[in-house]
Design a protein. Structure first.
Length: 116
């Protein structure tokens, strides 16, 4: 049923006396109120993580993390550098993210092929 059809049915019920003015107003408000948006689960919110095509030094991992989290890219670069210096995990994490996190698509343009 469309919204217009639902509203028409409510109007008919009010005109027949099946609904009081208060009940009609409440039902109409419920119909016109937007449906609540369910919060994203952690897994589905991580699906938005992409490597950056514009803010990149190597693979765009830090730029992508910056876009995703709102933390400046230089802070992510510093964190990866510190993790690398303090135990080597920074390099491993960076390479894994470079491989596993997809590249954002809106900034990417394929190189034009040149006819020979």
């Amino acid at each position: 049923m469309t919204l217009a059809h639902e509203l028409e049915n409510l109007e008919q019920m009010r005109n027949r006396g099946a609904l009081s003015e208060v009940e009609f107003a409440q039902a109409k408000a419920r119909l016109l109120q937007p449906a609540p948006v369910a919060p994203l689960s952690r897994a589905s919110s991580l699906n938005g993580l992409r490597r950056s095509t514009t803010d990149r030094w190597l693979g765009g991992v830090c730029g992508g993390l910056s876009d995703f989290s709102g933390i400046d890219a230089w802070l992510w670069r510093l964190a990866f550098a510190l993790m690398f210096i303090l135990g080597g995990t920074g390099l491993l994490l960076y390479v894994l993210m470079w491989i596993l996190v997809p590249l954002e698509s809106h900034g990417y343009q394929a190189p034009a092929s040149h006819p020979h």
